[in-house]
Write a protein that binds this ligand. Structure first.
Ligand code: GAL
Length: 334
């Protein structure tokens, strides 16, 4: 009985000490959907380097596009006692379950690049994804034939990724009025499961089989699916004759732009996003509330959000953007 107050004191001291130590050197759990697209490797490396510079440690998990595995990844990060979670969800709806466990463990959650829906997350950091879609469609529209209806194919991203819906929404903002006015005809459209290039190729093959070779543009939502579509176009001798859009400034896509088989990509300065996310994660782990520039309703709350700007890139400005920023070396583009 007599020892009780002392034990309580020791215990509370231990707790304070742990909290203090973790605040000075926070541990961040980074859960990625995939490392398949080149960009995510860069996101991971830039984020980790920036967080370490700020005194944090980062534990990285990648789920290979598997929802069950990603929920398990997040739960294991929670049980390892991370101070904050940064998540790129494979499935923005399914990830709500893991956020619930994080909330119960009082671990703040930051959604990185892709939104987590219907769950009480703390921050959402991304690019202006509707603008991405608008820029893709606007680029194509500016180059459509003026004397007849333009014939296009639309390849959307993964239906499980909220971004894919926002890219489509941006494209719709530009295309729907033209479709309604009879200036554009969508020959074929489909969603590429898990953003896989081979699904982009399948969609393109289906379009060519059904509608023949008379085609003006393929609005592909990212470089991976654009690559798949361009393979199908190549097999039909159409590569370079049909305008193809993309996104991410993947090395292969930049090479295709220089070769003329892909018209454009969207360059997202990942360094800005990853560095910002590292700073926000460390601040949140230290119990601070970093300022957001806006909010986005994810179905559960208005999530404090920050959106970075994107740049439309083609042959004309590839050097002054992607190369000048050292995103790719000029020598690697050849
Ligand atoms: C999106 C992301 C894109 C693209 C795609 C496939 O969510 O915003 O940059 O890479 O996923 O991973």
């Amino acid at each position: 009985m007599k020892l009780r107050p002392l034990t309580a004191l020791a215990l509370s001291f231990a707790l304070v000490a742990t909290a203090f130590a973790s605040k000075e050197k926070p541990v961040i759990g980074l859960s990625l959907d995939t490392l398949k697209e080149e960009r995510w490797q860069r996101d991971r490396d830039t984020f980790t380097a920036a967080a370490e510079k700020l005194g944090a440690t980062v534990i990285v998990q990648s789920a290979n596009s598997d929802d069950t595995r990603q929920v398990r990844d997040v739960e294991s990060l929670i049980s390892r006692g991370v101070d904050v979670l940064v998540i790129v969800p494979h499935n923005g709806e399914a990830m709500g379950r893991a956020v619930k466990s994080a909330t119960e463990a009082k671990i703040p959650v930051i959604a990185y690049d892709r939104l987590i829906k219907n769950a009480p997350i703390d921050y959402y950091l991304s690019f202006d994804n509707v603008k991405v879609g608008e820029a893709q469609a606007a680029y194509a529209v500016a180059r459509f034939p003026q004397d007849r209806k333009a014939r296009i194919v639309r390849i959307y991203g993964a239906p499980t990724d909220n971004n894919a819906k926002m890219f489509k929404q941006g494209q719709d903002n530009i295309l729907l009025p033209l479709i309604a006015a009879g200036k554009v005809e969508v020959l074929h459209e489909d969603w590429a499961q898990d953003w896989k290039p081979e699904n982009g190729k399948k969609i393109m093959n289906a379009a060519l089989t059904k509608h023949g070779r008379s085609l003006d543009a393929v609005i592909a939502s990212n470089d991976g699916t654009a690559g798949g579509a361009i393979q199908a176009l190549t097999e039909d001798g159409l590569a370079g004759k049909v305008l193809v859009t993309g996104q991410d400034a993947d090395l292969a896509a930049c090479q295709r732009i220089l070769r003329g088989t892909q018209a454009m990509t969207i360059y997202k300065p990942l360094k800005n996003l990853a560095t910002l996310a590292a700073r926000v994660a460390v601040d949140v782990a230290k119990g601070q509330k970093p300022a957001a520039t806006g909010t986005l309703d994810n179905g559960a709350k208005k999530v404090p959000s920050i959106f970075e700007q994107v740049i439309s890139v083609d042959k004309e400005n590839l050097q002054s953007t992607v190369v000048a920023d050292a995103f790719h070396k000029a020598a690697d583009l050849k």
